[in-house]
Design a protein. Structure first.
Length: 291
């Protein structure tokens, strides 16, 4: 399912631009085409460059299994929310290292931006997780998003926290206004420039991993404010996919009506998201008498 939602975003953007646009299944077609091709490796690359796509794919796949998408998580244990956050840091590390392994100055610029902006983004994610842990008194994703904690939207701070996490969703997945996923100008790209040297099946794995990461972030966001109610997976999963599809439309609208901000302004954008998440955290503590 993950490659479907970038297609929905692109169709929404095409609608606003007055174009027909590509099929919502275009990413599937691209991945299948790349899997049929061969890889090309630069002589300056090492084993790290060849291992990176599989390390990234494995990290996001494990992170997805920690999230209770339809009922209980496939993998769940006490404190798994910490591993959830660090799995994405693990994936970022291998993307950055593989881009530096090419000895390309353009990919080095992308890696520098990724690590700088990632430092701000991870801080906001941790504060968001801490806020959810305080609300639910749990540090396991299955318990945080369990049906026994009611609807989070009843918490006034959750709207603020959702907005802060939405900023991080756009940043971590290289969406507008932080990055333009459709550009091919190396001087302004962040994520795309780091995978320029990947080809064939390696590039297919990278694209698929990126779609999974975006799917996980969107699922986390919608469950944050509209958690799953009940234990019937046959009902919960279609409802979750519907909510993610609606969020995809919202992202498409946001990307259609906003322009890409300057690189020097992105840290301010991320600091604003951290301030919002910190305010939500303090609000939760105040409402529970901890302050």
């Amino acid at each position: 399912m993950p490659p479907l939602f970038p297609g929905i975003i692109n169709r929404v953007k095409s609608f606003f631009a007055g174009r027909r646009g590509p099929s919502i299944f275009q990413l599937y077609f691209d991945i299948i085409k790349l899997l049929r091709k061969g890889e090309v490796y630069s002589r300056s690359t090492s084993l790290v460059f060849r291992v990176a796509p599989f390390a990234v794919f494995g990290a996001v796949l494990v992170a997805g299994n920690l999230l209770p998408l339809a009922g209980a998580s496939p993998v769940s244990f006490y404190g798994d929310v910490v591993l959830f956050v660090y799995l994405f840091a693990f994936a970022r590390f291998f993307i950055v290292v593989s881009s530096l392994d090419t000895a390309s100055s353009f990919e080095g610029m992308g890696a520098s931006r990724e690590t700088a902006f990632g430092a701000f983004a991870e801080l906001t994610v941790f504060v968001a997780v801490m806020t959810l842990a305080v609300i639910t008194r749990a540090i396991s994703l299955s318990e945080i998003f369990g049906s026994n904690h009611g609807r989070f939207i009843a918490e006034p701070s959750m709207v603020i926290l959702f907005l802060a996490f939405f900023f991080i969703l756009l940043t971590e997945n290289s969406r507008m206004p932080v990055d333009d996923p459709n550009t091919h100008l190396e001087l302004t790209m962040i994520h795309e420039v780091m995978i320029l040297d990947h080809s064939g099946p390696d590039l297919a794995i990278m694209l698929y991993s990126s779609s999974i990461k975006m799917f996980i972030y969107m699922a986390f966001a919608v469950m944050m404010i509209f958690p799953n109610i009940g234990n019937d997976s046959l009902f919960l999963l279609p409802m979750l996919l519907l909510k993610i599809a609606v969020l995809s439309v919202v992202i498409g609208i946001v990307e259609s009506v906003t322009a890409r901000i300057r690189l020097i302004r992105i840290p301010q954008f991320l600091i604003a998201s951290f301030v919002l998440s910190a305010f939500a955290f303090l609000t939760v503590l105040f409402m529970r008498g901890a302050l």
